[in-house]
Ligand binder design. Structure first.
Ligand SMILES: *Cc1c(COP(=O)(O)O)cnc(C)c1O
Length: 460
């Protein structure tokens, strides 16, 4: 399989090339040259375990890692999950829930980042070189990136977060990781400061090159690919139904885009139900044809508090018939004016998409209803998906709602709804007294750069 950019300026990359490039060098996103249709061999998946499904699905997209090594890498990635099914499917009331939160940080990003960390390590061992991953987090997603690369050879990770502005639990999930290659940088400033430092560090091209900087942001193709697998796992666990629908809480359009790819490969998903919180750029797009930047609103589902959905461009590329020119025009218009439009009557785009946006109050209500009616605890992100799933499902086929985090990760919100319940998880409870390590730095680009430099090269 070769990879190309959605903007047309990059082509002919292998899988490993695409992973190392991350964002395409022409500003676009990397996508497979074509999506294989495997509808004729779906029956072969029956009875397979998660890692065997992963081997089969990933092999269609990866031809530059030998099969046995890819298999080992997949085994290692999912051995860190605390459920033998990796992403177990539960029947909850009259719908199913696919639990994606059994990885080390109890959120669905582990599914992708455990794999990506191993792929990075494999490529660096094969090609030589090292990688310094630099990222910024408002608290929620840094820990999964850290967990993905802790202890890996030839990789360091530097995660910035705003000092004193992440929850204690979120900070502990990062700072209790004491591996030498993990550096937590607590920046004396806001999350915006962290992001602008990050941007400035990456924009210093000589520095970037000298230190082999990389990112683990959600646009890496390996992340999407790892996520495609659990849609097939849901299908197998459902017993290979003729059709099913999925409801996905969405921020960066990463998780649901993986479902879109799975569907393109022939998986019988008849409806992709996209759920946002009040940050509803995607819901507005699918109901109006207008893709328009809004203000970020802070919500009870913080991992979906985003302005611009970074994977959306990949979807546009396929819906525009793989026409890079159209993608470029659309994204250009969006960059310049903050809005781009597709005439609504040509938005006969995939009619399988149904969308909805959920308020904080509705999120809380859903958590309490699912608990009352089905005795099942859902985190606020999962609740957003379930809410829209219930509204938009056809009712004729099984509905699978993606559960993206363990509720104990969001104890404050959960306590608002269910103050009397003990909502804990042993992994998180163990953090309370664990030793921590972080470096506090002023919100200055040069200081952060010096820290990265000195860590790599303490002599000069
Ligand atoms: C990141 C995240 C999401 C959103 O996933 P996208 O791929 O960005 O759409 C939803 N829920 C949780 C808990 C997350 O961490």
């Amino acid at each position: 399989m070769r990879y190309v950019s959605t903007r047309g300026g990059v082509s002919g990359l292998s899988f490993c090339d695409a992973v190392m490039m991350g964002l395409a060098s022409d500003g676009g996103l990397l996508v497979p040259e074509k999506i294989p249709d495997i509808s004729d061999s779906l029956a072969d998946l029956q009875g397979l375990e998660y890692v065997d499904i992963a081997r089969r699905i990933m092999a269609y997209f990866i031809d530059d890692i030998p099969e046995d090594e890819l298999g080992e890498l997949i085994d290692r990635s999912y051995a860190s999950f605390d459920d033998p099914l990796v992403t177990p499917l539960r029947e909850v009331g009259d719908r199913y829930v696919l639990e994606l939160f059994h990885g080390p940080t109890l959120a669905f990003k582990d599914v992708a980042l455990q794999f990506l960390g191993n792929v990075f390590e494999y490529i660096l061992a094969d090609r030589g070189g090292r990688l310094n991953i630099v990222g910024a987090t408002s608290g929620d997603t840094g820990s999964a990136a850290i967990a993905g690369v802790r202890g890996k050879q030839n990789i360091n990770i530097f995660i910035m977060f705003p000092e004193g502005r992440t929850s204690e639990l979120q900070e502990k999930q990062m700072t209790t990781v004491l591996d030498d290659n993990v550096q937590n940088i607590s920046v004396e400033g806001s999350f915006d400061d962290c992001q602008s430092i990050l941007k400035a560090v990456f924009n210093d091209l000589p520095f970037k090159e000298a230190h082999q900087l990389g990112a683990v942001n959600s646009v890496n193709w390996a992340r999407v690919l790892a996520q495609v697998v659990y849609y097939f796992s849901a299908y197998v666990q459902l017993g290979l139904p003729k059709a099913f629908e999925v409801a996905v809480p969405t921020g960066n359009f990463g998780n649901i885009f993986a479902g879109y790819i799975a569907r393109k490969m022939g998986l019988p998903i008849t409806r992709l139900i996209l759920a946002t919180n009040q940050n509803d750029i995607l819901h507005r797009f699918f109901t109006s044809g207008r893709y328009e930047r809004g203000e970020v609103h802070f919500s009870h589902s913080p991992a979906m508090d985003i302005q611009v959905a970074s994977n959306f461009e990949r979807y546009l590329y396929f819906e525009f018939g793989e026409n890079s020119r159209k993608v470029e025009d659309f994204m250009e218009a969006f960059m310049v004016s903050g809005v781009a439009t597709i005439p609504f009557n040509t938005l006969n785009f995939d009619p399988t998409f149904a969308t909805g946006a959920v308020s904080d109050d509705e999120t809380l209500l859903t958590i309490s209803e699912v608990y009352r009616d089905d005795n099942y605890l859902v985190d606020p992100h999962t609740a957003v998906g379930i809410r829209v799933g219930e509204e938009k499902r056809s009712g004729n086929v099984p509905l699978v709602c993606m559960a993206t985090a363990h509720p104990a990760k969001f104890e404050d919100v959960m306590a608002k709804v269910l103050p009397d319940e003990d909502i804990s998880h042993p992994t998180l409870s163990a953090l309370k007294d664990a030793p921590t390590r972080k470096t506090v730095l002023p919100a200055e680009v040069e200081t952060v750069k010096k820290f990265i430099h000195d860590f790599n090269d303490p002599v000069t």
